[in-house]
Design a protein around this ligand. Sequence first.
Ligand code: THU
Length: 140
Amino acid sequence: MSDFEELYDIAVAAQDHAYCPYSRYPVGAALRTASGKVFSGCNVENAAYPLGSCAEAGAITAMVLAGEHEIVELVTVTGGIVPGTPCGGCRQRIREFAQSSAVVHSTTTESGHKASITLTIGELLPESFGPENLFGKPES
Ligand code: THU
């Protein structure tokens, strides 16, 4: 099993736990850190709609809680024929903890992972704002 397939399977398992009674659009995310640990999350909606959170946000919270800060690869799994790439806010969330070369695979269970869109976070969020802007450290 490839690194991608492992993350994909974990993201599918996370998607199964999505709480999305309002959108009925379940999302799962799984990420691997530089140390090789894997964390996952699902979207969690709320009757007060703006309080809902994305799958990527849940996976990042789990990662930070474990003391990890560097994402090297991330997989999202959505429904539908066309894979849903991470929303703008989640691109920024991922970027906070990733080099621009970190790989993001957007996949959908309906089309299988062959329909996935693979881009780096630098491609998904070019010329982005990040910690380097505040701390003056050039991005590698
Ligand atoms: N959603 C995610 O979990 N991640 C994204 O990157 C895009 C959108 C969720 C939020 C909401 O629960 C549902 O998908 C529909 O927007």
